[in-house]
Design a protein around this ligand. Structure first.
Ligand SMILES: *Cc1c(COP(=O)(O)O)cnc(C)c1O
Length: 403
C-alpha cells in the first residue's frame, strides 16, 4: 500500500488538494526551495568595497560594524561574529562552563548542530521533549523530567542515573517561534542550569517585546545561506556579560595575545573569526531585516488563511505574547502517512517542501544518549511539513496578487 492510499484513510485530508492550493498560491513556473537568500540592498557595494580596499579577511571595519548592528538589534551589550552558527554554539557552551563529562539538556527536535556543539565540548546531549504549541523545548516537561532523574549534590544538579553533572540547557527557537523563556528561566534557576540560546533561526523574533537571543547567559545566531540574514556562512555569539564577550573574542581568534609582532597564544584557541568579506554582506542584509520580516510575516498570514481552512491541516502559528519571524512556515498533517503523501504531492508540483529534521535520538551518534519521554517531539516530527518561506518568494507572491 502506498503512503498516498493510506493517507486517504484519514477523513477529509486530501494531500493532492493541499498541494494544488499551495502550488496556486506561489508564482507559477518555478521550483520553490524552502528558503533562498535575498540580496536587494547594498550587498554589492559593501563587498566591492572589501575587494577595492583589500580588507577581505579576519580584520576589517565591516566585522566591527556588523557586530554593533547585531548587538543593537538583539538588545545585548556585545556580539562576536564567527564563521558559522555551529562554531558559535561550541564557544557559547564553553563560555557557559560546559566541560568534558557534563550533560547538556537539548531538545530532540532540532537541527543536528545543537547536539554536535555539545559533543565538541566532550559533553553528552541529554535529550528532552518539545512543547506542542511552540515546537521548542517544554519547560514544564523538563521540570517534571528533572524531578524524576536529577539530584542536587554540593549545589550542582547531577543526573542520578549517570552521575554526570547537568550543566546547561539549550532552548532552540524552532523556525523562529520563541520558546517559553519565562517558564524556562524559572526551571533553569531551580535546577541551577545555565541557559545557552540556540537562536540560529530566530534573528528578529520577540518574546514579550524582548529580542530572542538576549534571554540566555549566551545566545547564538546563524547566517547560513538559508537563514533570514545570510553572510554566505557565518554566525554570532550574543551576551550581556563583558567578561564572556572578551573570552569569546579571545577563543575565536586562536587565543592570540595582543602584540605588534609576536605570535603568542595563552591557551587552546580556535580560528572561528568571521572574515570581513562575509561581514560586509551581513551589514547590507541586516539593514533590510525589518522589510524581510514584514514580507515573511505576510506570507505566513496568507498560508494561515488559505491552508488553515483545509481539512486535516494545522498551520503552525507564533506563540501567544510572541512575534515570530516565521523563518520557516510549517503545517501539521494528521499522521506520518499523510505527511509523506503531502511531501510527494508537493514535489510532483515543483515545491521543495521538507519534513522536520530527523530527531536526535534516532541518529546513530545520539541513539544511546540519556533522554526524557519524547512523545510530543515524535508526534510533531511525524506530522510536520515545512513550506517555502523565503523573502524573495514572499515578495513575488504579493507582487503577483497586487499586480
Ligand atoms: C542553522 C542552525 C544552526 C547553525 O548552523 P550553521 O550552518 O553552522 O550556521 C544551529 N542550530 C540550528 C537550530 C540551526 O537551524
Amino acid at each position: 500500500m502506498t503512503a498516498a492510499s493510506r493517507a486517504a484513510a484519514v477523513p477529509g485530508f486530501d494531500p493532492e488538494g493541499v498541494a494544488t492550493v499551495l502550488r496556486a498560491l506561489l508564482p507559477a513556473g518555478d521550483r520553490h526551495a524552502l528558503h533562498e537568500p535575498c540580496f536587494a540592498g547594498r550587498e554589492w557595494d559593501y563587498v566591492k568595497d572589501c575587494l577595492d580596499t583589500g580588507w577581505v579577511s579576519s580584520v576589517g571595519a565591516y566585522v566591527d560594524r556588523f557586530e554593533h548592528m547585531l548587538a543593537e538589534r538583539c538588545g545585548v551589550a556585545r556580539a562576536i561574529a564567527v564563521v558559522n552558527g555551529t562554531a558559535g554554539l561550541h564557544i557559547a557552551l564553553r563560555l557557559a562552563g560546559v566541560r568534558a563529562g557534563d550533560e547538556v539538556l537539548v531538545p530532540t527536535l532540532t537541527f543536528v548542530a545543537t547536539a554536535n556543539a555539545v559533543s565538541y565540548c566532550g559533553a553528552v546531549p541529554h535529550l528532552v521533549d518539545s512543547c506542542p504549541t511552540t515546537l521548542g523545548l517544554d519547560p514544564r516537561r523538563l521540570d517534571r523530567h528533572l524531578a524524576t532523574i536529577a539530584a542536587t549534590v554540593d549545589g550542582q544538579t547531577v543526573n542520578r542515573d549517570t552521575g554526570r553533572p547537568l550543566r546547561a540547557v539549550v532552548p532552540m527557537h524552532v523556525f523562529g517561534h520563541p520558546v517559553d523563556m519565562d517558564g524556562l528561566a524559572e526551571v533553569a534557576a531551580r535546577w541551577r542550569l545555565v541557559i545557552v540560546e540556540d537562536a540560529a533561526e530566530a534573528l528578529g523574533s520577540l518574546c514579550h517585546g524582548r529580542p530572542i537571543g538576549s534571554f540566555g547567559e549566551v545566545g547564538v545566531i546563524s547566517f547560513n545561506g538559508n537563514k533570514v540574514v545570510t553572510t554566505g556562512g557565518g554566525g554570532a555569539i550574543l551576551t550581556n556579560r563583558g567578561d564572556l564577550a572578551d573570552a569569546a573574542r579571545h577563543l575565536t581568534t586562536t587565543a592570540k595575545l595582543p602584540h605588534p609582532w609576536a605570535f603568542d597564544h595563552d591557551q587552546l584557541g580556535y580560528n572561528y573569526r568571521l572574515p570581513n568579506l562575509n561581514a560586509a554582506l551581513g551589514c547590507a542584509q541586516v539593514e533590510q531585516l525589518d522589510g524581510f520580516i514584514a514580507a515573511k510575516r505576510r506570507l505566513a498570514r496568507l498560508y494561515q488563511e488559505r491552508l488553515g481552512a483545509l481539512p486535516g491541516i494545522e498551520v503552525v502559528a507564533e506563540p501567544a505574547g510572541c512575534r515570530s519571524i516565521y523563518w520557516l512556515n510549517a503545517v501539521l498533517t494528521p499522521d506520518a502517512a499523510s505527511r509523506d503523501a503531502l511531501l510527494r504531492a508537493c514535489h510532483e508540483r515543483g515545491l521543495m517542501v521538507r519534513p522536520a529534521w530527523s530527531l536526535m535520538h534516532r541518529l546513530p551518534m545520539y541513539r544511546e544518549c540519556p533522554r526524557a519521554d519524547l512523545s510530543v517531539a515524535e508526534a510533531l516530527e511525524a506530522r510536520m511539513v515545512c513550506l517555502p518561506s523565503g523573502v524573495a518568494l514572499a515578495r513575488a507572491v504579493f507582487a503577483e496578487t497586487t499586480g
